[in-house]
Design a binder for this molecule. Structure first.
Ligand SMILES: Nc1nc2c(c(=O)[nH]1)N=C([C@H](O)[C@H](O)COP(=O)(O)OP(=O)(O)OP(=O)(O)O)CN2
Length: 139
């Protein structure tokens, strides 16, 4: 797979980590960059892996889910109350903390299901947490 391209997105994303021993167990937010990275053995008739717009189309819903929303473990005692108050702006993670690793896995699985370009493979998804930390998921 000698060719690799990526499309990046930025979201304003809130969460808390119920299992974290430090300050991350309290509500806080991140300006996250989400990178969708795909590979291909060859270029198409337009001399591209695929149009960047195809990556944007495949990733928009998965990325938008985390923009100006709050990701929360359903086991958090306040989950039901917050979901009732804020609806889909509280994104449910069943009995799982929405760590950066978990977000990367979730986005990877959603984008892979939507990306339908012959010969193009979703290689990985990288999600930043802060300016100095990120997580990737691939299969
Ligand atoms: N492996 C992971 N570790 C941590 C996660 C995570 O999702 N995966 N998340 C957090 C917190 O959400 C925290 O906001 C980010 O942690 P960190 O990078 O340590 O942030 P700091 O700004 O405190 O970094 P410094 O470089 O130490 O200032 C924690 N860990």
């Amino acid at each position: 797979m000698p060719f690799r391209i990526a499309k990046s997105f930025t979201v304003e994303s809130g969460h808390l980590l119920t299992k974290h021993p430090g300050s991350c167990r309290f509500p806080h937010g991140h300006s996250r960059t989400i990178e969708i990275i795909v590979t291909s053995d060859q270029l198409d008739a337009a001399d591209m892996v695929c149009d960047f717009k195809a990556l944007k189309a495949a990733a928009t819903d998965a990325v938008h889910r985390f923009d100006h929303t709050f990701a929360l473990n359903t086991a958090d005692p306040r989950f039901a109350e917050l979901r009732a108050a804020y609806g889909d702006h509280v994104v449910a993670f069943p009995d799982t903390d929405p760590t950066t690793e978990v977000l990367a896995r979730e986005i990877f699985q959603q984008v892979r299901a939507k990306l339908q370009v012959p010969g193009v493979r979703l290689e990985r998804v990288r999600v930043t947490e802060t300016a100095t930390s990120w997580a990737e998921y691939w299969e």
